[in-house]
Design a protein. Structure first.
Lengths: 288, 381, 288, 381
């Protein structure tokens, strides 16, 4: 029915009294997600959201009291690694970091700690995990999607919204939408998501949205070739023929990056993935 | 953030890595005085972030005092990619028998630091081609364990480096790893590490890049962020924590998120159009940073029309609208604004904006970009 | 037939050209152990022991060339942690550190690294692992024991020799002798050794030698009570009634330590372990 | 190795931990001068490794100048467990509202550092009873990850410490962890950590112990190893890297390994006899350290007979014999030596020794100890 989270998931929010954490906890409540509480060190014992959500000082306290097994993180970038390590230490199964722009070496420490744990990290810089009708564990706009049998995985958050919105307009429902995050170092990657979608009985087709930088789409293509039997539709943004025109203008301080032309789409086509030339072409390919 | 050569060298010197004597100069007279202190021969090195310094004549070996002022002045007259050379590093010139490349860099796909040793002295990690035809050995480092002696031994024995150099190399490797960790670097490079006739290792040239996302905790480096090097827009972007890119087109763009930035550019390019600027306000931007971003586009004389493409998740559309109105109310030049505003709180955001006459509204990226390019085409005719 | 090492084990020596490493590699060769090579950084490519043993610069080179799966470490204390980490990184299955007196925090680093590996560390400050007639992976005096069905595990090296020598005099053979080492922080502990002996078809009885300090014998007693069906005979040195007389005289700088009287023997007796009052009583208990 | 209080405080001060002003004094005049500088009230603290300093009158609060010289002289006259007080730490006296205990210590069984916070201000990890009736929270630290903020938050929230103190406490916890790691400590203790009326945390008393096995790489501490505090034998033992223990008996013992040491003592005690000294030469001792160890026993006037119990693994019996003969050839007082020499190269070792008339040889620990005690009994009659 879904991957990473389910109707049984008990979701907590780290940083629930912050501006963003508080707002999106409200949104999640509105979407009917099973939110069980949150943390805000120093405010343990208080309640938030009109008394609907208990606040705890630590993840340990929250997990002990609420049996939370999913945590959505909204704390500032400088303390995000600490928040993730805290959730790993408390055995939280799925940790979703909405916060992005985390220091790279902090993320290296986190990656190394994840290897020796049973936790899965989604993000950082992820829009979350959306299972329409069940849970919006993150910052997806509400009512952006309805239940169906297409799984979506994307690095970019906004493109996640774009594609799911497009699918909805065309009457296509989704099983789970996973934003794996667009920071340079992230937790769960394409292959693991593909593996989960492949095993999920309610996912019939998979949409993969890629972008420039790194080689994760190449790894995805290799994984698909060897392991995925369900049809995969891909769209790689920023890899259009003329992108090379832009190369000389890219700024020193910004984070846009460029790939060799067609490197990623080429690898995906080699793996028998149907590659959409435009995002808006995807619904037609799904229906074909 | 790349550090200038002289900044990198000062960090490595403080860390105890053996470097040739060097001092920074801002004019030819200073260069001459420093060279006399250090002793000839010296190397003059233009300090710049731009590539191609060597080819442009920005690195010169000076044997005698007679030629130094003329050559210094030549270097100070260089303009590399529109940036004039402001500083010269005057450095003791070295003779050496052999050179190596030694670096710690961040492997982002693997999520680990990597120790690299190569025979390609003078190469750089930033240009993979520079290692062609040279032997290269990499060792990933478990950041929670730190760099271990045996990993360094693995490198030196694979490359067959003389055992008499191991201890020095081990010490230098540990020190650059410490610098990498301490300064939140993404790259600490010694290129090249040379062996002198006395069998001593010296770091002849170095390169350090710092993780931008860690600058908040690198107070000692905040002065190094050479803002004079950036234009007004780039400085504004740093101030408001948005991403700013300048292009040679006529349409200014503001989006939330890298994905939408690429999507918008792709769509522009499919219509044979380039942007003038692309501002990524990131997720969850505040009204202040949104207002400042629009201001940059309104004030940019090259920008004839503006595309705003927001699909809000963490970015709230009501807050976006608020920020946009702040800039629009300031009496800047009026420009046609093509906007798509969708996602979290879009209803209240659109309500706020609907009365503004400069704005036209669209439902998809495709429609948005098509309309902006269509308007531009009409203007041009 | 044995635990930790077997007739198939391919043993290497880290620090094979040092005074101790070289001498004990000779002793091991004399005992017929299958030594396949060793390391001595900078001397890779040379041969030692009259050309019988190839020397390598690194464990990686040695493992690649010889398929070594057991390493016996003789390097100095300040580089022992590095040597252990090197062997862990190369997937050596059984790592035996003869060297002792390793900085405590180095050992903490090693312990943490071991947790995330498939390697087992014996020691530090271990006399090694002895399987009579098969291998002497360490510094046991040669001909100290013969093959039999008693497994021995001890913290102290010299007491290991004492007990095995005593058993030999009384005509009792041993399956495997494991010196787990007497440093404050060690790798393999009593429970793991007991688990291995319990599973070893050639071990019928187990002798456990303990001593003062720490609580490892208490943990062993708990483990035996819950998991061990084979008869266990224990001797805890330094826990005689009158030891308490000595307490006021213990030196600031030395490493002797004292336990509460009878704490460990008591726990072992509670676990139905037969406790010998004197080391020399052990053979009679085994035969009874 | 324990550090003296003043040494520990100097390390913590350098690490940036807030401490009351204090200075070391060696006589009453100095004490008075320092107290005047610091300002009354002051606390005088005898510097000693011995327990029971407080009960013996070694810690005194002084309100006015009039009494300071007398009390100083009283403290300097104290002899604790045979060690005279040589130094007094003069420290600013403090008033405070609440006190805590904060420490990092090594949990040897688990093989990890542990962070402990407790309401038992003034307690010490070295005396578990001192935490009785107080709330104590421990957090094991993964040494490869280091101390994390969330672990400190876990402690402060469990003990219900006021949030206004968290930031200070977090900073101090990180700093003592850094000290623990940097100095290879086994214990860094603040006992107690007090809250002043200005809501500031101060470290009132501290205790640091260093891992003996790491001293080789702690050069800055080697001076702290206060050798004047040890007797001749203890200094010799440190020099030759053997373990030396003094007891009130008449038989001197030399063994290789802790196990044999205990076994030999157990056997002595079963015969109602105590050793005079126990020297553990460890595994793989050199002939020099063996020779020096025997020398210590031969020169000790209390030692009437000597037991040497060696079962050589790494300790080679030929090398042992060589070391013993070196000492025996030096013309020291002759004493009966009861020896058991077995294990690696025992044949050649025994060959070397067999002609020496002072030695009698045995095959087991039991026979060896029984013979030595038997001889002593006969002598006494």
């Amino acid at each position: 029915m879904s991957i990473l989270i389910s109707a049984e998931s008990r979701i907590m929010v780290q940083g629930i009294t912050g501006r963003r954490g508080h707002f999106h906890a409200s949104q999640m409540l509105k979407s009917g997600s099973q939110i069980v509480g949150g943390t805000s060190p120093g405010k343990g014992g208080d309640w938030s959201h009109e008394g609907r959500l208990p606040i705890f000082d630590t993840v340990r306290d929250c997990v002990d009291a609420t049996s939370a097994d999913v945590s959505v993180i909204f704390v500032p970038p400088h303390s995000t690694a600490d928040a993730i390590l805290e959730s790993i230490d408390c055995g939280v199964k799925t940790i979703i970091s909405i916060t992005g722009s985390i220091p790279l070496q902090d993320m290296m420490v986190v990656k190394s700690a994840l290897k020796n744990s049973d936790s899965i990290l989604v993000g950082p810089n992820s829009p979350g995990v959306l299972v329409p009708g069940i849970a919006n564990a993150g910052i997806f706009p509400n009512d952006i999607a309805f239940q169906g049998n297409v799984g979506v995985v994307s690095r970019s958050g906004t493109l996640c919204y774009e594609i799911v919105d497009t699918l909805k307009r065309e009457g296509i429902g989704v099983s789970t939408v996973v934003g794996i995050g667009d920071d340079p170092i992230i937790g769960i990657d394409y292959p693991t998501c593909l593996e989960l979608f492949e095993a999920d009985p309610h996912t019939d087709q998979i949409v993969l949205i890629g972008g420039p930088g790194g080689d994760s789409e190449i790894k995805a293509a290799t994984y698909i070739m060897e392991n995925v039997t369900k049809p995969v539709i891909a769209y790689v943004v920023g890899e259009s023929l003329a992108t090379s025109i832009l190369r000389p203008f890219f700024s020193r301080s910004g984070s846009l990056s460029l790939d060799s032309l067609g490197k990623k789409t080429g690898a995906l086509i080699d793996a028998s993935v149907r590659v959409a030339g435009k995002l808006s072409d995807i619904p037609a390919i799904i229906k074909s | 953030m790349k550090l200038q050569e002289y900044q990198a060298k000062s960090i490595l010197k403080k860390a105890g890595i053996p470097l040739p004597a060097s001092t920074l100069a801002t004019n030819a007279v200073q260069v001459k005085r420093i060279a006399a202190e250090i002793g000839y021969p010296v190397v003059l090195k233009a300090q710049t972030f731009e590539p191609g310094r060597g080819k442009a004549g920005g690195v010169r070996i000076i044997q005698t005092e007679s030629e130094i002022e003329n050559i210094s002045n030549e270097i100070f007259k260089l303009v590399l990619n529109q940036h004039p050379v402001q500083f010269i590093l005057v450095e003791k010139a070295f003779t050496f028998s052999k050179e190596y490349y030694l670096a710690i860099f961040s492997d982002l796909d693997a999520g680990t630091p990597v120790l690299r040793l190569s025979e390609a002295g003078g190469a750089t990690y930033l240009e993979p081609d520079s290692f062609k035809n040279a032997r290269v050995v990499d060792r990933p480092i478990n950041i929670n364990l730190g760099l271990q002696d045996y990993q360094i031994r693995g490198l030196v024995t694979t490359l067959g480096i003389d055992p008499s150099l191991w201890k020095q190399l081990q010490l230098i490797a540990h020190k650059i790893y410490d610098v990498y960790r301490h300064y939140d670097a993404t790259l600490v490079e010694i290129n090249s590490l040379v062996v002198t006739q006395q069998n001593q290792l010296f770091a002849l040239d170095t390169r350090i890049s710092i993780d931008n996302q860690s600058l908040f905790r690198q107070e000692s480096l905040s002065d190094s962020l050479d803002q004079s090097y950036f234009g007004w827009e780039e400085r504004q972007a740093l101030k408001y924590d948005v991403d700013y890119h300048s292009f040679p087109g006529e349409i200014g763009c503001m989006v939330n998120g890298l994905g939408l930035a690429y999507l918008t550019i792709d769509q522009l390019i499919s219509l044979n159009t380039l942007p003038a600027a692309m501002i990524d306000i990131h997720g969850g931007a505040t009204s202040t940073s949104i207002s400042s971003s629009l201001e940059m586009l309104l004030l940019n004389p090259r920008v004839k029309a503006i595309i705003i493409n927001i699909f809000g998740g963490m970015t709230r559309c009501d807050e976006t609208a608020d920020g946009l109105l702040q800039a629009l109310d300031k009496g800047f030049p009026k420009k046609p604004i093509f906007i798509r505003l969708e996602g979290t709180n879009d209803d209240s955001g659109l309500d706020l904006l609907h009365k503004n006459e400069n704005l036209s509204f669209f439902g998809t990226t495709e429609a948005l970009v098509n309309a902006a390019v269509g308007w531009l085409r009409e203007e041009e005719e």
